[in-house]
Design a protein around this ligand. Structure first.
Ligand code: PLZ
Length: 438
């Protein structure tokens, strides 16, 4: 199936067939499962989504940073087609198969650090984070986990405890797992402070509230995703990582949203040469197939007793086939460079928007955020943010918001997006910003 990389609007968005499906949905899908844009998709490729009404939308969300290699990428589809016809599942804990090993070998080669590594494969990001915490606690014999303001790590009980924002993720779903502690995050647009200074404050908070000898691990997103695309000030991550190394605390990098070329390097830790003890990955790893991983220092991972890690579907062979194809595409097409090219194209354009309603335009590579405030203030403006996003949706551009305050528009285009299509999507966004801020 070839899909023209063009925006085509045949109906209003959502169209009549999507609206009919939305009515059916109300009678069968739990109300707690929401959709940003209730447009029902029939096909997709590259940076375009086709819907049931014949519309073609520009995808600037990649299914929340998943289809980095493009939707239905041929490098993913062909191996998946072969694998699904050979065998669909055996459970790696019962009878293993080679492509699980191959994914682990790729992770060992690609993740930061040249030390010996081991990986365990799972299905979702939250599951990977849960297991990274299990491994850290078991390997260190310590209970406490430190997370950061604005962090997001998942929707399970432990990952809700690790996640900062209450609504919609946590409110009413407690009680939450114990021994999780929160410290300040470097948020340059709001604190304007050097990274090392904020790191010292976070470290002092740990020392005074906990004591380093109680801490199994510090868990951090190198660039925070759902919390608002917050890139810490230079020096923050290395200072936290150094404190961890000096105090026998494991440094866990959650690269579920930043990983696999999204920020212009294979992993966001690479930008400041930070080498995590454990790293969680998912999303972009397999071109849309559900796969996640914990990759860590061999001595940590091998300290886990046999059968202490696992799960029925972890490292499903079809997902592993997709991952090997996606990683091949990233390598052969140099998608880290493609992400940098996207950042070089997008950041200057957005920074040229002359409005007091924008507090900050930030990010790396193809992970870019625009933070909106009430003009002339630093007061978040989530309502404006939503109006801009909804206008883009109505004009056939899939765009996502995020942020603790709900006031950040984020750009997560597929790294393979045609630049003419990307520019068309940007023009729609820029026009919406001008219309709603003039
Ligand atoms: C850094 C980071 N860690 C962990 C996760 C969790 O990954 P799962 O695969 O969604 O469980 C994420 C998932 N982010 C998108 C969540 C979307 C939503 O549920 O509203 C992440 O970004």
């Amino acid at each position: 199936m070839t899909t023209a990389q063009a925006r085509v609007l045949r109906t209003e968005i959502p169209g009549p067939n999507s609206r009919e499906l939305q009515r059916r949905r109300a009678a069968t899908v739990a109300g707690g499962v929401a959709s940003v844009l209730p447009v029902y998709i029939t096909e997709a490729a590259g940076g375009v989504l086709h819907d049931v009404d014949g519309n073609s939308l520009i995808d600037l969300g990649s299914g929340i940073a998943v289809t980095n290699v493009g939707n239905a990428a041929p490098e993913v589809v062909e191996p998946v087609r072969r694998q699904v016809a050979e065998f669909t599942h055996t459970c790696f804990m019962v009878t293993p198969y080679e492509n699980y090993l191959q994914v682990c070998e790729e992770l060992a080669a690609l993740t930061p650090g040249d030390h010996e590594k081991r990986s365990a494969l799972f299905n979702s990001g939250a599951e990977a984070v849960e297991n990274a915490v299990k491994i850290a606690r078991r390997a260190t014999g310590r209970p406490a986990i430190v997370a950061f303001d604005h962090a997001y790590h998942g929707r399970t009980n432990l990952t809700m405890a690790l996640t900062a924002k209450s609504v919609p993720y946590k409110h009413g779903f407690g009680p939450f797992a114990p021994e999780v502690y929160r410290v300040p995050m470097s948020y340059p647009a709001r604190d304007g402070r050097p990274g090392e200074q904020v790191a010292r404050e976070a470290i002092e908070r740990i020392d005074k509230q906990l004591g380093a000898d109680q801490v199994a691990a510090v868990l951090i997103e190198p660039i925070q995703g759902e919390g608002g695309f917050i890139e810490p000030a230079p020096g923050f991550l290395p200072a936290i990582a150094k404190w961890c190394a000096d105090n026998g605390v494991l440094f866990i990098a959650d690269e579920i949203q930043t990983g696999f070329c999204r920020t212009g390097a294979w992993f966001a830790c690479d930008h400041e040469n930070v080498v995590p003890d454990l790293i969680t990955t998912a999303k972009g790893i397999a071109g849309g197939l559900p796969l996640a991983a914990v990759t860590g220092r061999a001595e940590l991972m091998d300290a886990m007793p046999p059968s202490s890690l696992g799960g029925t579907y972890g490292g499903n062979p079809i997902a592993c086939a997709g991952a090997l194809g996606a990683i091949r595409a990233m390598r052969e097409r140099d998608l880290a460079a493609a992400a940098r090219a996207i950042g070089d194209l997008v950041l200057p354009r957005l920074r040229a928007l002359n409005t007091e309603a924008i507090l900050d335009v930030r990010g790396r590579g193809a992970m870019i955020g625009i933070e909106f405030v009430k003009p002339g203030t630093t007061e978040p403006d989530p309502e404006l943010t939503t109006r801009i996003a909804e206008t883009c949706h109505a004009r056939g551009v899939v765009i996502l918001t995020c942020g603790t305050y709900g006031n950040v528009i984020r750009l997560l285009p597929p790294l393979v997006i045609d630049h003419a299509l990307l520019i068309e999507g940007l023009e729609v966004l820029e026009r919406a910003i001008r219309e709603h801020t003039s």
